[in-house]
Design a protein around this ligand. Sequence first.
Ligand SMILES: Nc1nc2c(ncn2[C@@H]2O[C@H](COP(=O)(O)OP(=O)(O)OP(=O)(O)O)[C@@H](O)[C@H]2O)c(=O)[nH]1
Length: 553
Amino acid sequence: MVFNWFRRQYNDSSDKTSKETSKPEAEKEQKEQAEDKVESQAKSTEESGQTTEDYLSWAKAAYKNLQEKKKNDSQESQIATETSDVEEKPESQTPSTETKSEPIISDTLPIIEHIAAEKPEPTETDTLVKPVPIVEETPSSQTKPTEEETQVKPDSILEETQTSEQLPFWAKAQAERQARVERLKETAIEEPEPETLEKTTVETELEEIDPLILDEAFLWSAEILAAQGRRPDQVSVEEISWLTKLRKGLDRTRRNLLNQLRAIVGQGPLNQDAVMEIESMLLQADVGVEATDLVIETLQNKLREEVLPPEEAIAYLKSILRDILDQPFKDAETISPAYNLTFVPEKDTLNIWLVNGVNGAGKTTTIGKIAHLATKSNYRCLIAAADTFRAAAVEQLKIWGQRSEVEVIANAGKNTDPAAVVFDAIVAAQVRNTELLLVDTAGRLQNKKNLMDELSKIHRIVQKKAPDAVVESLLVLDATLGQNGLRQAEVFAKAAKLSGVVLTKLDGTAKGGVALAVVKQLGLPIRFIGVGESLEDLRPFSSYEFVEALLSG
Ligand SMILES: Nc1nc2c(ncn2[C@@H]2O[C@H](COP(=O)(O)OP(=O)(O)OP(=O)(O)O)[C@@H](O)[C@H]2O)c(=O)[nH]1
């Protein structure tokens, strides 16, 4: 069974939902599922104090499963290596490799520069394919908090000087979590010391991508997955790794928010003065005026009804933020177009995703990362290099095509018509039964009118050549630009009939709150988020995971 990285589930019959069920019915079903999910998530968060033991055993079981899987995988790869030494290498099943030996479109479309995906060079590419570990690598550092952690997590200092009754609630929660990590360590490793710990530095490549370290990050990631109804046997190393990256990527934003929030709610039940302080805290995190106003108004309304103790105040704040992030789906019947709750390419159908954004926002990188998710999830994927205004853009895209092992359709000529590239790419996609065609569009034109004209032309070509395709239009936004990025976004929103946003570079900024501004001001859902430069550093957006990563101590 293949794991669908867009759906974050193993493929099942629901992949056929959109074909077998009518669209409104499928959307209704999706909506109900998502609402149930959000409700259960909120509940499990609030009740986390009561379910500590459950989470602990869940994490233990997940850890054990992952260790076993790792062991099996390494045994399998050992057998495969031994077999491949004596046997001829079998032909690859990937569409890209098939086209290498059979350049289908080159006869009919001679202008297309046909770039068959090649195996990446083992140097730079290799390091990109293998994500940089987020957790500390040396086993000895697994239990010790880094200097940075010690700074932001005062609990370890507090612990020594105060009894648990004197601790503020977040410090208690952290101390509790640390204690759980210790208990987990004592009981989870039911096997002898993992082999990897014995290995020398020459063999550390595997360890470098190994998030299987029983630390606080593992426990947090496990809790997040458990709270979303996942079973311990359904969890993969990559998912733990992603959540760890997400949380680490949001470190800067979280540190600022949490430090202030702790100071505010630490003063006692939330009152109107505290709400004002929350307002300035949100504005500083680039949450934007509109979203901040909404948060404050909702908090004030709640305060009129009841006093909120600190813990409940934070839980309530989290639920408000999640509601804002999920709003585009709820607006479906009224203001916004009906956005699909999940952003999953339909199997056995041509899905065309037009990727827009200014140069430097991370468009090329995003296309490469989505292509990687697609191939991992067993979709036949193709990339169209329609940003023909910058020769380097095409070259960069080819490199990302190689990394993700997806073919890139480009036109060799300079300043060629982007719409012609899209035309060629659609023909190629139809010939090959491609399921996901990712189109890189121009990042910058001389003026807004040119940009609008060009994007409209691309839309027209798509409609004409592939009337049955499922078309989505994504805007890639650089989170480090904060509010400034929103101005660019507004131009594209008018020109490109956007259906979602990809927020990149959340790892390099304290302005992660801009995600809320994007949703509130543009009315668009966030579809993917990027938290780093490597192939694995982009995943579908989850409001639950994002808010937990933003506000969990
Ligand atoms: N830290 C970090 N860097 C990122 C992320 N996404 C992209 N980048 C970096 O941002 C820079 C620009 O990314 P590109 O993908 O080349 O951006 P582009 O929008 O295609 O821009 P052009 O290449 O100029 O057309 C590169 O150095 C990327 O590695 C991210 O999520 N985190």
